[in-house]
Design a protein around this ligand. Structure first.
Ligand code: AGP
Length: 608
C-alpha cells in the first residue's frame, strides 16, 4: 500500500524522505517519487519500479532543499508508470501533493476540473487533489487545502507543499494512517513511525479528520472545520527495531499474527465486484492454457512446501499433471520442458539462486515461466513472463510463515482461474471454493486465539531430542512444513512422514514420550490417520493431533488436540499450519534460541 513522508526543517529534505520511504517499503509499492522545494522551484522526480531507481536519479543529481514530500505508490487507478507516480502537481508545478488512499468521487471532480480547463496528465484519482488545491489557492495554502477537503470523498492521507511558501507543510489524515514527528524546529509526517524514529521520538498521533500544519517554525493541528485541536506529543521509548516489530517480541510472532490481514490482502486485491478472480499480471489466454500439457512447480524450502499444495490444487481443479520439485534438484535433472510446459516458481524473496537458475533454464528451453513471489521487482519477478505477487509485506524472520500461507492462497487462486478459463470446473464449484477462501482470514484469527494451547504443547516437547510429523494426502505436504519450522528455529530434530509409511521403517524410532504431531484434517483419510495415531500411541508416543472441530472423536486417540475451524479439505492446511508455526516459535523461545535469526541460516539464499 502507498506510503507517504513529508519533511520541513533544517536537514536535507530529500535525505530524510528517501530514508523514510525505505522504511515504508514493507507496505508494498510499484513506483516512488519525491518533490523538494529547491532554488524557488518544485523539483519533482518520480519513477516506476523500486526505490533504488529513484535513489539512482538522486545520486546523479542531488536534490537540495529543506521542504519536501515523498511517496511510494501501489497502483490502484492507472498503471504503475513514471507519470502516474506521485507527487502530482498543478499546471505550473507550483503545488505538489502526495496521497495514500482512494478518492471515490474523483471522476466527477475530474470532469469539473476539465471543464475549468485543466489538462490531466495521469489516470490517477489523486491528481485531482493537486488541481483542486490550485483552484482554491489564493495565497493561503492551509485554506486551499481545507476547501479541497470539503470536496473529497473517500480515504486519504495527504502531504501538500507549494512553491510560494517555502516554510510550510500541510498534511491531512482521514481513514489512512499518518503520524507526525516533531523535532528541533522540524516536522516529519509519515505513514508510520518507523520513517520518523531516526529523527525524533516525539510524535503526534493524528486522529481521523485532522490537519497538521507547519509554517514559519509553528506547528498546529486543526479539525476539518478549521478549529484548532489541542494535542500532546507522545514520547516514544521504542527504538526502530521495536517499532518495526509492532509490539511483538519477535518478527516471527508479528508475522504469524499478520496472517489474517495478509491473506485477506492477497485475496481481495484479485477479486472483482462480480466475485471473479482477476489475475491482471498473468496474461495466459484460454488458448495458451489449452496447449499446456504439463506444469512444473519448482521452489526451495517452505516455498516448495507451498508448491506441493499448489500441485494438489492445480491437479484437482485444472486436471493437468503437475510435477512439484526442489529447485536444487530440478536444475540438474535435465527435466523434459518444452513450449507446452508451464513452469511456476515460488519464492518469497524472489532472489533464491537455485530457483532463479531454474527460471533461466526453463526459459532457454522455451517454457513459459510464471512466478509467485513476495518481493516486487526482485530478480525472479523481473525475469518471469508472468508474476503473481503474494502481497504478504516484508517477511523479516528467517522462518517463513505469512509468505507460506499467502503462497498457498496465491497458487489456489491461479488454479481456480485456470480451471474456470478451461472449463474444468463449474462456476458453482468455483464460487463455493472462493467463498470458503474468503472465510480464511477470520478463521486464521480464530486459530490464533489458541496460542496459549500451542505454548503449552511446546512446553511438553521442547526438551525432546526429536519429533515426528505425520499426515496423509495433503496433510503429508503440510507435515513437511511443520517439521521444517520446528527444526530450523528450535534445533529439535524433526521429520515428516506419510503416516502410512510409518510401519515400513520409521516406527522403530518411536519410544516413550516421542512427540508425534498428527495432522488429521482430510475427511476421507480421517479414520486412516487415526489408526496411525493408535499405532504410535501404543508404542508410547505423546500424540498431538490437529483436527477440524467437528471431529471430536480424535480425542480418544490423542493426548492433546488442537482444533481448527471446519473448512474444505483443500483449504485446511492454511489453518492447520498456524498451530505448528506457534509450537515451533514457543519451542524456540523455551530453548533460548534466536527465533528470528536461527544459526547457520540466511533469509535469502542467493548462493547455490
Ligand atoms: C523457511 O522457513 C526458510 N526460510 C526457507 O526454507 C525458504 O522458504 C527458502 O530458502 C526459499 O526462500 P524463498 O522463498 O525466498 O525462495
Amino acid at each position: 500500500m502507498c506510503g507517504i513522508v513529508g519533511y520541513l526543517g533544517k536537514r536535507n529534505a530529500a535525505d530524510v524522505i528517501m530514508d523514510g520511504l525505505a522504511k515504508l517499503e514493507y507496505r508494498g509499492y510499484d513506483s516512488a517519487g519525491i518533490a523538494v522545494l529547491s532554488d524557488k522551484k518544485l523539483d519533482i522526480r518520480k519513477h516506476s519500479g523500486k526505490l533504488a531507481v529513484l535513489a539512482e536519479d538522486l545520486a546523479k543529481d542531488r536534490m537540495e532543499g529543506n521542504l519536501g514530500i515523498g511517496h511510494t505508490r501501489w497502483a490502484t487507478h492507472g498503471e504503475p508508470t513514471d507519470v502516474n507516480s506521485h507527487p502530482h502537481f498543478n499546471k505550473d508545478k507550483s503545488i505538489a501533493i502526495v496521497h495514500n488512499g482512494i478518492i471515490e468521487n474523483y471522476m466527477e471532480l475530474r470532469e469539473e476540473l476539465v471543464e475549468d480547463g485543466v489538462e490531466f496528465l495521469t489516470q490517477t484519482d489523486s491528481e485531482s487533489i493537486a488541481h483542486l488545491v490550485d483552484k482554491y489557492y489564493e495565497g493561503n495554502l492551509l485554506d486551499a487545502v481545507k476547501k479541497t477537503l470539503n470536496r473529497l470523498r473517500g480515504a486519504y492521507a495527504l502531504g501538500v507543499i507549494a512553491k510560494d511558501s517555502p516554510n510550510e507543510l500541510v498534511a491531512v489524515r482521514k481513514d489512512c494512517p499518518l503520524v507526525a514527528g516533531v523535532g528541533n524546529g522540524e516536522l516529519i509526517v509519515a505513514s508510520d513511525v518507523t520513517a520518523i524514529l531516526s529523527y525524533t521520538k516525539d510524535v503526534y498521533y493524528l486522529d481521523n479528520g485532522e490537519i497538521i500544519h507547519a509554517k514559519d517554525g509553528k506547528i498546529k493541528i486543526y479539525d476539518f472545520e478549521g478549529n484548532e485541536v489541542q494535542k500532546e506529543t507522545v514520547h516514544l521509548e521504542m527504538d526502530l527495531e521495536t517499532a518495526s516489530k509492532g509490539g511483538y517480541d519477535y518478527f516471527m510472532s508479528k508475522e504469524v499474527h499478520e496472517q489474517p490481514a495478509v491473506i485477506k490482502e492477497t485475496l481481495e486485491r484479485r477479486i472483482n465486484d462480480e466475485g471473479t478472480i482477476v489475475l491482471d499480471s498473468i496474461n495466459i489466454t484460454k488458448e495458451e492454457l489449452e496447449k499446456i500439457n504439463r506444469i512444473y512447480i519448482v521452489a526451495c524450502g517452505t516455498a516448495y512446501h507451498a508448491g506441493l499444495l499448489g500441485k494438489h490444487a492445480i491437479e484437482q481443479f485444472v486436471k493437468v499433471p503437475v510435477i512439484a520439485d526442489i529447485a536444487s534438484e530440478f536444475r540438474y535433472a535435465d527435466p523434459i520442458i518444452d513450449e507446452n510446459s508451464l513452469v511456476i516458481l515460488v519464492s518469497q524473496s524472489g532472489e533464491t539462486a537455485d530457483t532463479l537458475s531454474v527460471l533461466r533454464e526453463a526459459k532457454k528451453k522455451g517454457a513459459r515461466v510464471l512466478s509467485v513471489t513476495n518481493v516486487v521487482g526482485s530478480s525472479i519477478a523481473r525475469e518471469s513472463d508472468d508474476v503473481f505477487y503474494t502481497w504478504a509485506g516484508p517477511e523479516i524472520s528467517v522462518a517463513s510463515t505469512k509468505a507460506y500461507t499467502t503462497q498457498i492462497v496465491s497458487l489456489y487462486m491461479i488454479a481456480l482461474d485456470f480451471a474456470i478459463k478451461k472449463g474444468s470446473i463449474s462456476r458453482a464449484y468455483y464460487d463455493h471454493v472462493l467463498g470458503k477462501m474468503l472465510e480464511l482470514p477470520s478463521q486464521v484469527k480464530e486459530v490464533l486465539k489458541g496460542e496459549q494451547q500451542c505454548k503449552s504443547v511446546a512446553e511438553k516437547l521442547y526438551q525432546s531430542a526429536s519429533a515426528f510429523y505425520l499426515g496423509r494426502g495433503i496433510d503429508c505436504s503440510l507435515a513437511m512444513e511443520g517439521a521444517l519450522k520446528l527444526k530450523e528455529i528450535s534445533y529439535i530434530h524433526a521429520e515428516a512422514f506419510a503416516a502410512g509409511e510409518l510401519k515400513h521403517g520409521t516406527i522403530a524410532l518411536i519410544e516413550k514420550n516421542t512427540p508425534v504431531i498428527a495432522i488429521a484434517t482430510q475427511e476421507k483419510l480421517f479414520e486412516k490417520i487415526v489408526s496411525n495415531m493408535q499405532e504410535v500411541r501404543a508404542r508410547g508416543a505423546y500424540v498431538i493431533s490437529i483436527a477440524e472441530k467437528h471431529n471430536t472423536s480424535v480425542e480418544n486417540t490423542a493426548d492433546d488436540v488442537i482444533y481448527i475451524p471446519n473448512t474444505d479439505d483443500i483449504l485446511a492446511p492454511i489453518l492447520a499450519v498456524v498451530p505448528m508455526q506457534l509450537i515451533a516459535y514457543y519451542a524456540s523461545i523455551l530453548k533460548g534460541c534466536d527465533v528470528d535469526k536461527p544459526r547457520n541460516l540466511a533469509k535469502s539464499v542467493t548462493v547455490e
